[in-house]
Design a protein. Structure first.
Length: 387
């Protein structure tokens, strides 16, 4: 995982934080492979919550928040807005953050020595990951593998190493299973961040190629391909899935001949930095045989049904689509939800209960779509409540 920490107050000396995301993060496609950590004072955090800026950003970018005791009281609102993780440092009383689920908490060590010299087992056990500030890189230069091994002997959880600048040994860090965090500064060449993913991956194991699993937004596995440095660089620049053909010995754009394009939503790399997953929006089908997937047919999901409902709302007339009719008559929609809720309560048997729940789920999804509430918004709220 690659993370970039952004100080809201620093960025807003140059531009609005919303403009930074539109003109830098999204324009440069960083959202396809980077998680952004936002840091800020109470005023800046309150501003992005109250003005719905954070909620809009979280729908497009993976966002974590670095908290202080001053901004901690807003942790519930941050999670409700779509923030994935909250970061805490030693300035907190740990009993006050117990109500935050372990899966959503990360602990920040301000320096490596603090982690290595002191026993923090009582603290670390209540967090899901740790971040270690690498203010002094001497220990890494002596041996990255041995240093990370030493860290893992102290803590058995995912480790993120944080740096102030682009570090020449990022590829060794990634291939040894540690994640990388850099602190954003406008003095940094943005092109260095653009190419960070390509430069930390291990292309040596498969003759300059990396196996790439392709998966759609509904988690169907579509195909297996191979990425070269050139093809991956082009993918990140254009968001058009581009691969390397081992038989033709050249790069190729998925859909260039067939029209079956893949729009890349997110790129993930594994703990050895030698395999990739492309999360894509598939046009038509992925397999050259005409099947949706090279492995099996697509599976049905609430996300898939939600997208069908969205398409009916946008592209159908009221006369031909019951879904469109419901959206244009809110009273009818609410009455159907009330009716189906009662039928669920008064179900007759097992099969009837499934039938009635299916009816209710359809009407609820139509209501969600009409109010621009996404399935992930509901999942995020349920995750926030998980203790």
């Amino acid at each position: 995982m690659i993370l970039v920490e952004v100080d809201i107050n620093y960025v807003e000396r140059f531009c609005k934080i919303s403009d930074f995301f539109e003109k830098v993060v999204l324009k440069r496609n960083w959202d396809s492979f980077i998680t952004i950590i936002l840091d800020g004072n109470k005023e800046s955090i309150v501003n992005i919550i109250q003005n719905q800026i954070l909620k809009k950003i979280c729908r497009k970018v993976n966002i974590w928040i670095s908290l202080t005791p001053e901004t901690y009281p807003f942790s519930e609102e941050l999670l409700q807005s779509g923030v994935k993780m909250l970061i805490f440092n030693s300035g907190f009383q740990y009993d006050q953050i117990d109500k935050i689920p372990k899966a959503r908490k990360i602990f920040l060590f301000e320096n490596l020595n603090d982690l290595l010299r002191n026993n923090h087992s009582d603290i670390i056990g209540t967090f899901s990951k740790v971040i270690v500030n690498m203010n002094d890189t001497t220990s890494l230069e002596k041996g990255i593998q041995s240093m990370i091994f030493k860290l893992r002997s102290n803590i058995s959880m995912p480790i993120i190493l944080a740096f102030r600048d682009i570090y020449p040994y990022f590829s060794s860090i990634a291939s040894n299973g540690a994640d990388i965090l850099i602190y954003f500064d406008f003095k940094l060449k943005l092109s260095l961040i653009d190419t960070l993913l390509v430069n930390i991956l291990d292309f040596k194991k498969v003759n300059g190629l990396i196996p790439t699993i392709v998966q759609d937004q509904y988690n169907n596995i579509l195909m297996l391909a191979y990425s070269s440095r050139e093809s991956l660089t082009r993918t990140l620049e254009t968001r058009e899935a581009t691969y390397y053909s081992r038989s033709r010995k050249t790069i190729w754009i998925k859909g260039e001949q067939s029209g079956n394009y893949q729009d890349v939503v997110r790129v993930y790399y594994d703990c050895d930095a030698d395999s990739l997953i492309f999360k894509v929006k598939q046009t038509n089908f992925a397999c050259h045989t005409g099947a949706y997937s090279c492995f099996n047919d697509s599976s049905f999901s609430f996300g898939f049904l939600y997208d069908i409902i969205i398409d009916r709302i946008r592209n159908s007339s009221k006369s031909e689509s019951y879904t469109k009719k419901l959206v244009e008559n809110p009273e009818l929609l609410l009455s159907k939800i009330e009716e189906e809720s009662l039928e669920v309560i008064n179900y007759k048997d097992y099969e009837n209960l499934i039938w009635e729940i299916a009816d209710l789920m359809y009407f609820l999804l139509v209501l969600m779509a009409s109010k621009e509430i996404f399935p992930n918004d509901i999942l995020n709220e349920l995750w926030r409540r998980n203790k």
